[in-house]
Design a protein around this ligand. Structure first.
Ligand code: 3DU
Length: 213
């Protein structure tokens, strides 16, 4: 858990590092390699499966300068989402990602920052068939920000118009074809970058290149 909130981090870095590795030690290795230049990290089900929940807790405890987001992509009913969110907060996560289509009545209580996913990098999905409705559902959810595809500038721009004060975080940078410069220009606050950093032979250089953009 970070002492900085996500808005404060935005002033210092525009990259959220995603790690989805098989091997437990790689989580530690990549965070060692990038050091303090990474301020925010997104973990997901791969991290829980590889490290176990105690391992995830140790990883977060061992990096208390960083803001950690759990990409749970929650889409269950409210009392289950609430239990999961409380457990994730207990592991040290600062934020959690949920699907927007489940609506406000299924959203977890605000034990941590909630980021609502309203469109995906790959598809088409039902979100694309009904982006406006997805946005309406999302507006009714108590949240800190939204997740919008970094490889779809038009959707980022529409989302920024509709969500002027949300923190917009955008995956799909690098390996999936998106550019961080383009995503930020269209209104994203952060690009989420996984393989282009953690599979790079020089993760720090790859990170710096993205920050320069
Ligand atoms: O393609 P990358 O290796 O940079 O990883 C992208 C990350 O973003 C990965 O953790 C994935 O779970 C997440 N993500 C998407 O790729 C696409 C989405 O629409 C939402 C999340």
């Amino acid at each position: 858990a970070s002492h900085m909130n996500i808005e404060e981090i935005r002033g210092r870095s525009r990259v959220i590092l995603a790690i989805d590795e098989e091997e437990p030690r790689k989580y530690w290795n990549v965070l060692d390699a990038v050091g303090s230049s990474v301020k925010a990290v997104k973990l997901g089900w791969m991290a829980i499966l590889s490290l176990g929940s105690d391992g995830v807790k140790s990883l977060i405890n061992g990096h208390d300068d960083k803001y950690f987001i759990m990409d749970a992509k929650m889409a269950d009913v409210n009392f289950i989402n609430e239990k999961i969110a409380r457990r994730m907060a207990g592991l040290g996560f600062d934020g959690i990602i949920m699907h927007g289509f489940i609506g406000p009545s299924n959203a977890p209580p605000s034990v941590m920052d909630v980021f609502v996913l309203i469109s995906m990098t790959q598809g088409p999905t039902l979100y694309d068939a009904s982006l406006e409705r997805a946005m309406d559902y999302t507006k009714a959810i108590d949240r800190r920000g939204i997740v919008v595809p970094g490889n779809k500038p038009d959707i980022i721009r529409k989302a920024r118009e509709q969500f002027p004060s949300d923190v917009i975080i955008s995956p799909g940078i690098g390996a999936q074809g998106g550019s961080i410069g383009c995503a930020v220009k269209h209104g994203a606050d952060f690009g989420i970058v996984g393989r282009s950093i953690y599979e790079s032979s020089d993760p720090v250089e790859s990170l710096k290149r993205l920050e320069r953009e």
